[in-house]
Design a protein around this ligand. Structure first.
Ligand SMILES: C[S@@+](CC[C@H](N)C(=O)[O-])C[C@H]1O[C@@H](n2cnc3c(N)ncnc32)[C@H](O)[C@@H]1O
Length: 281
């Protein structure tokens, strides 16, 4: 039998869930699930409630904050990945297009892929005014995009919500769909940073009494692991930044005539990518 424990009561009060009783019920159902229902079902549940979804993206339920943090991240990506106006850009785990809505007007074409149809539905609504945006719903770590069809890719706040096997499969898929010389940015939790370790302990504590752990719980890596996965996936890491609670990677798809030094020299303002001890918002 599922019990309501002290931790849940505290979260109910501190998180002011009494203001959102249906959201509270949904979170309760997710927290006490008796089966691991996989990534899709976990994220479909989130997407049924826009306020919960927005909070999962950037810690706030409101549209204005979503646009502000999305715009700031879009600028960081334009600089760090040397994104140009004609580029075809893909985001894995695009969520409600927090970043995509702000980035799409600055690129040739923007593709958002995500596992959750309910979250994509919100994203479509938020980007209906943008003609160069396309969404793809996934069932597993396989991208419905042609080989060598994207100039840039990124995945922000996503790959740490899955098993390392699936993260690796996505990296392989990214290597497949990028053009030679194409760049990708992605981030994961950094186990070797004190705040990364604290978050690991928080997760451990949060889930330790559960019969099953949720599929989308946070997972943790070290820079060395990320280097290995990235290289084995067929990409060349050109920056692995591990000075914060995230490991942040920029990698390139190699190919004949691709000059890695020139590509590295074109990346700008990498310091702005690093959260420097505080969350992004
Ligand atoms: C924390 S949100 C981040 C969304 C967005 N990248 C942003 O920064 O606003 C994580 C997103 O990743 C998606 N996601 C989680 N696991 C996934 C998977 N295995 N494959 C594809 N998308 C996934 C979720 O549905 C959700 O929209």
């Amino acid at each position: 039998m599922t019990v309501i424990n002290q931790k849940m009561v505290r979260a109910f009060i501190e998180g002011r869930y009494w203001r959102h009783p249906i959201r509270a019920l949904r979170i309760y159902a997710a927290e006490t699930a008796r089966k691991n229902k996989g990534y899709k079902q976990a994220w479909e549940a989130v997407g049924k409630d826009a306020g919960w979804t927005f909070t999962m993206m950037n810690g706030s339920p409101d549209e204005a904050t979503l646009q502000r943090t999305g715009g700031e991240m879009a600028q960081r990506l334009v600089d760090a990945l040397a994104i140009e106006p004609n580029h075809r850009v893909m985001e894995i785990g695009c969520g409600v297009a927090r970043v995509g809505r702000e980035l799409a007007p600055r690129v040739g074409h923007w593709h958002g892929v995500d596992i959750s149809s309910s979250i994509i539905k919100i994203a479509r609504g938020r980007t209906a005014h943008l003609p160069n945006v396309q969404f793809h719903e996934l069932d597993r770590a396989a991208l419905p995009l042609r080989d060598s069809s994207m100039d840039r890719a990124y995945s922000h706040l996503v790959l740490f919500h899955m098993d390392k096997e699936d993260m690796f499969l996505y990296l392989k898929e990214i290597a497949r769909v990028l053009v030679p010389g194409g760049l990708v940015y992605f981030d994961t939790w950094n186990l070797l940073h004190p705040e990364g370790w604290d978050r690991f302990m928080w997760e451990l504590d949060h889930h330790r009494e559960k019969r099953v752990k949720p599929a989308h719980r946070n997972q943790f890596c070290t820079a060395e692991e990320i280097r290995l996965y990235t290289e084995k996936a067929g990409l060349v890491p050109i920056e692995i930044i591990d000075e914060s609670f995230w490991v942040q990677t920029i990698a390139v798809k190699p190919g004949p005539g691709i000059n890695l030094d020139a590509i590295k020299g074109s990346l700008r303002n990498l310091d702005a990518l690093v959260p420097h001890g505080k969350w992004y918002y």
